[in-house]
Design a protein. Structure first.
Lengths: 368, 388
């Protein structure tokens, strides 16, 4: 293991029992993914048993608050949990990640490295820190292309200019030679997208792609991402805390809390028939631009849990207003598993489904 | 009603100095002539994109910055150029809540010290002693009064923001200016703080100026809203008119850009207005209406004459030559002024706007000098004639 790690710096650490199960039909299939970080204070369970599938041409939106494990998941899929200088930050990863019939966690890091950029690419939140300030934007895109394609610089440059043009950068041939700081925030994010798409990846992970941008620019970028997905047909995972962005782009929604998935389903049913009290809390916390509502918001009380000390049982139970509803002998320390709650809709809650549907339709929905 | 705060022609230009002698070569016109009033008990929301000058405006009315021009009157007293000592009595009445709950609290001071600092600085001895008052304040903002001796790092982001609020409320201010009070917080915590601000306003009769970039939050908290663009207020109206009948094209574009958290409305993309390009540099704002480089309605008038902020509907002030939703105007004078400026024949208008859009993305190149009108000369010349 260690020599593999030094070769690439990628920590695809301790794939416990992966490779045993049959390859998956789904394009991206994440099974029971766990990413834990040992620290001096204890084991940080950033992702603790996450499973989902995603088909080509579809968009999955992962929502959750900071510290819910959204970004760690995306870096995990990309195989980007690097080993710290003294190996201290080595992530403990287990589970399986199947991409296009190939398991990534048990694969040779060199293989994964070849796939990274080529088959899966990522768009980061802050393009200014994701780009190298000493190299021109064009140079960085060309580099990303030439790593995977044995072409000369001229061809690569042509390809880069073509993509810069596609993502809506005016005068791409001229802007090719600009440095990242010479671009505005929106343009930089466009360049990031061009860089991610230069190899035509089939999986695109966007981690808070518009959080750092102004609304008018955000609208441009969301529009661009939607068009590009249609054009390239890739599978997109979009990670955000903004339910508006998710509603805009995602086919499916996965709600994360405390490193686990609490609810997953088609966008419409998650918004209209949410089945988990945390999702209700998120919807109730959100001021709406499309309604003239000035009554109090209905926030989730308390604070998100520490990932070192995740509450036993349902991670949400200390904040859950329905934690005391009797659940037929199930105690607080039992952990709810994801159970079907409708068509392709899953939710992890101990409350009986009829009860949840009743609470949502009678108590929560009218107040939103 | 007497306004609590009255701002007239407020300006703040930050000088740009270059060379050995540090001569001033230009200025960032962060705030460039704005007027508004804040009535007692109301909440004025200020929205705009980054760089529009909303935070500078907040720092000017709290007098953390000295204005370059114009006046700030608080309860009838001009405070725009008061010194440190002159400002001190007013500091009790005007308080600020900052955006970053990490940067705005001294990490080496306990919560007790932080919240009691205003008493010390103002020489106020609250009833029942400082400690008791601080604990009451902590309770008021929803913190445990026993956490008096803890340090800021022991609190989460939302709790720290509450500490900041407790500190701002310590001296029972009349006006609280909150600069992005919730943008650093998670959704669920954001809602808690919004509710808290709401409760405190009702309990203590506070007046708020809330600066934020999030239009949903602003819609939720404000009574009246000012929309800023490049150092100017482009529209100032009550919440209902602004959100239901925006009159400035920029307001409309801004609102249509916000993603609606409703997957069934995804098809309604058609009424979204996508603005091209970026906000021009405040060092050399475009002549005429500042929005003309990105506006789909811009005509020659917009490129030469700056539209004044006029009341087009009762309670709705707009700075635009060609306002939206203008059919139902009730104020005759306003209608007249709109019609007059609408005069140029529609044909020329369309060609002009088409020409303008592709040129727009060039503007962000920051080096563009005041020579800009000449640079766009050829396009203007074809529309024949203002110069000739």
């Amino acid at each position: 293991m260690t020599d593999k790690l030094t070769k690439t710096g990628a920590a695809v650490a301790e794939p416990v029992e992966s490779g045993k199960n049959a390859p998956s039909d789904a394009f991206l299939d994440v099974r029971d993914l766990k990413i834990h970080f040992p620290t001096d204070d204890g084991l940080v369970k950033s992702v603790d048993g996450l499973s989902f599938q995603l088909e080509k041409g579809k968009t999955l939106g992962i929502v959750g608050e900071s510290g819910s494990g959204k970004s760690v998941t995306s870096l995990g899929i990309m195989g980007l949990h690097t080993v710290g200088q003294y190996g201290r930050q080595k992530a403990r990863i287990s589970g399986e990640i199947w991409l296009n019939g190939r398991e990534l966690l048990s694969a040779d890091p060199d293989e994964v490295r070849k796939m990274r950029g080529q088959e899966m690419a990522m768009i980061f939140q802050d393009p200014l820190s994701a780009m190298h300030p000493y190299y021109t934007v064009g140079h960085q895109i060309v580099e990303a292309y030439r790593v995977h394609h044995p072409v000369d610089k001229k061809t690569a440059r042509k390809r880069a200019v073509e993509l810069l043009d596609r993502v809506g950068i005016p005068e791409p041939a001229k802007r090719f030679d600009n440095y990242p700081h010479e671009f505005s925030g929106g343009m930089r994010q466009r360049a990031m997208i061009a860089m991610a798409l230069v190899n035509n990846p089939s999986l695109l992970i966007a981690d808070e792609p518009t959080t750092a941008l102004d609304v008018t620019v955000q609208a441009q970028i969301l529009d661009l991402m939607r068009d590009l997905q249609k054009e390239f047909g890739s599978a997109v995972v979009i990670i955000t805390h903004d339910l508006g962005v998710v509603a805009e782009l995602a086919d499916d929604i996965l709600v994360m809390y405390g490193g686990r998935c609490v609810e997953r389903g088609p966008a419409e049913s998650v918004f209209y028939e949410p089945q988990h009290p945390y999702t209700w809390g998120l919807l109730g916390s959100m001021p709406r631009i499309d309604r003239d509502q000035t009554e109090r918001l209905i926030p989730v009380k308390g604070n998100p849990p520490s990932l070192i000390n995740i509450p036993s049982g349902c991670a949400f139970n200390p904040r859950c207003p329905y934690a005391d509803v009797p659940k037929g002998g199930i105690t607080r320390t039992q952990r709810p598993e994801l159970a079907p709650a409708g068509d392709r809709h899953f939710s992890a809650c101990h409350m009986p489904q009829e009860e949840r549907t009743r609470i949502w339709t009678e108590e929560i929905a009218p107040k939103l | 009603m007497e306004p609590l705060l009255k701002v007239t022609g407020l300006k703040k230009h930050f000088p740009i100095k270059k060379g050995l002698l540090q001569r001033q070569t230009g200025a960032v016109k962060a705030v460039d002539g704005i007027d508004f009033e804040v009535l007692p008990g109301e909440t004025l929301g200020v929205v705009g994109e980054s760089g529009c000058g909303k935070s500078t405006m907040g720092r000017l009315i709290t007098r953390l910055l000295e204005p370059t021009g114009g006046t700030v009157e608080f309860q009838g007293t001009d405070i725009s150029h008061l010194g440190v000592g002159g400002m001190r009595p007013f500091r009790r009445d005007i308080q600020m809540i900052f955006q970053d709950p990490y940067g705005s609290l001294n990490p080496r001071h306990t919560v007790g010290t932080i919240v009691s600092a205003p008493f010390k600085l103002q020489g106020v001895e609250p009833e029942g002693g400082v400690k008791k008052e601080v604990q009451r304040l902590l309770g008021l903002v929803g913190l445990n009064p026993e956490h008096y001796n803890r340090y800021p790092h022991e609190f989460s982001g939302g709790q720290r923001q509450r500490i900041g609020i407790a500190r701002a409320l310590a001296l029972k201010p009349k006006l609280v200016v909150a600069d992005e009070p919730v943008s650093a917080l998670d959704v669920s915590i954001q809602a808690q703080v919004v509710n808290l601000l709401d409760d405190l306003q009702q309990e203590l009769g506070l007046t708020y100026v809330i600066i934020a970039h999030d239009l949903s939050v602003i819609r939720h908290v404000s009574d009246r809203i000012a929309v800023m663009y490049l150092g100017k207020i482009v529209e100032l109206a009550d919440r209902k008119s602004l959100y239901e009948n925006p009159m400035h094209p920029y307001t409309r574009a801004l609102m249509s850009a916000v993603p609606i958290p409703d997957p069934r409305r995804r098809g309604a993309k058609s009424d979204r207005i996508l603005l091209t390009g970026d906000v021009p540099s405040p060092i050399a704002p475009p002549p005429g209406c500042r929005f003309n480089t990105r506006c789909w309605k811009a005509t020659d008038v917009c490129r030469t004459d700056e539209p004044p902020l006029v009341e087009l509907r009762p309670g709705q002030r707009v700075a635009c030559h060609h306002p939206e939703n203008a059919e139902s105007l009730t104020i005759p004078a306003a209608r007249q002024s709109v019609e007059i400026t609408k005069a140029p024949e529609p044909l020329a208008k369309e060609t002009a706007s088409e020409k303008e859009t592709p040129a727009a993305p060039q503007t962000p190149a920051e080096k563009e000098t005041p020579a800009e009108p000449e640079a766009s000369g050829p396009a203007a010349a074809e529309d024949d004639a203002p110069k000739a």
